[in-house]
Write a protein that binds this ligand. Structure first.
Ligand code: SF4
Length: 296
């Protein structure tokens, strides 16, 4: 049973983030008919919450029509996954809220303009994001999606500190994958999970929020996280997320190779085996399997 439907209506974006597949401006795109079908299919599967991803959903000319259709079909929450640049446009954030967007998830690459603009490959986008956050503030919850790269992973605690001060209530930490790119410079940016976990721990230890789920780390299996910090663990099946991509592709998040699926021989003896979604094959191909030892 799904709780969330995530729709990526296309892969157009006004950023050019290092390693991101979602910069295909001329790529596949859902038309109004397919969008309606996916919205209906999501409701039939039990979803009451809609997550509009992409690409950058604020680039869609039919964004407000999608939001209105979703609310009419009974979606009680509509979340925008966004770099927030468009929210800085006069009146845009207010219109989003008026049409039925209930919350946003910010795509964050750095604590500073220097880091964020470099990894998003878009000069000025950090300042626009801050303006967009300001325009949205007070209209609904804000969460942050931080993509961990080798060159920003040590900024993670600073990212959490800065954006928490701006009103971000919760953070999701993703680890870059090179599976969508053959470029060596992308592979060189995939961080070691040990570095991701070390910085997730440091961010948790800031103790900024009383929320038990303040920081969730998506691609770090239980054996990479000390027992003291396993509150950050993510089990994809718990999210109840049905993903819909152009061309009629629908799948549950936990079945995606981006979430794991690879188990080592030692996993059979691991106490977390029943819950663990396994390893990302692309990560093991790049960095090997030495970090993964069964949890006693
Ligand atoms: S099942 Fe394997 S990958 Fe998962 S936590 Fe255990 S050792 Fe790690």
């Amino acid at each position: 049973m799904a709780r969330w439907l995530e729709i990526s209506a296309d892969y157009a974006c006004n950023n050019r983030c290092v390693g991101c597949f979602s910069v295909a401006d001329g790529g596949p795109s859902m038309d109004g008919r397919e969008l309606t079908e996916q919205l209906r299919a999501g409701r039939a599967a039990g979803a009451e919450w809609l997550w509009l991803g992409g690409g950058e959903p604020t680039m869609r000319r039919d964004l407000f029509a999608i939001v209105r259709a979703a609310r009419k079909l009974g979606y009680r929450r509509v979340k925008l996954q966004t770099n927030a640049m468009m929210l800085a446009s006069p009146g845009f954030a207010a219109r989003c809220a008026d049409e039925g967007v209930t919350e946003i998830n910010l795509s964050i690459k750095g604590a500073t303009a220097e880091t964020h603009d470099r990894l998003a490959q878009t000069p000025g986008c950090f300042d626009l994001m801050l303006q967009g956050v300001e325009a949205w503030r007070g209209r609904g919850p804000i969460e942050g999606d931080v993509l961990a790269y080798r060159s920003n992973v040590d900024e993670l605690p600073a990212i959490v500190r800065r954006f928490f001060a701006l009103g971000v209530e919760k953070f999701w930490v993703w680890t870059l994958s090179a599976s969508d790119s053959a470029l060596p410079e992308v592979a060189a940016e995939v961080p070691r999970l040990a570095d991701v976990v070390r910085n997730v721990q440091a961010a948790m230890d800031l103790a900024l929020s009383p929320r038990a789920d303040f920081i969730t780390s998506l691609h770090t299996p239980p054996c990479t996280v000390p027992a003291s910090h396993r509150g950050c663990l993510f089990f994809a099946a718990d999210l109840g997320l049905l993903v819909a991509n152009p061309g009629g592709h629908r799948f549950l998040l936990e079945t995606s190779p981006m979430e794991g699926g690879l188990y080592l021989d030692g996993c059979a003896t691991c106490s977390m085996r029943a819950r663990c979604g396994g390893l990302r094959a692309d990560y093991v191909a790049l960095h090997g399997d030495a970090e993964f030892r069964p949890v006693p």
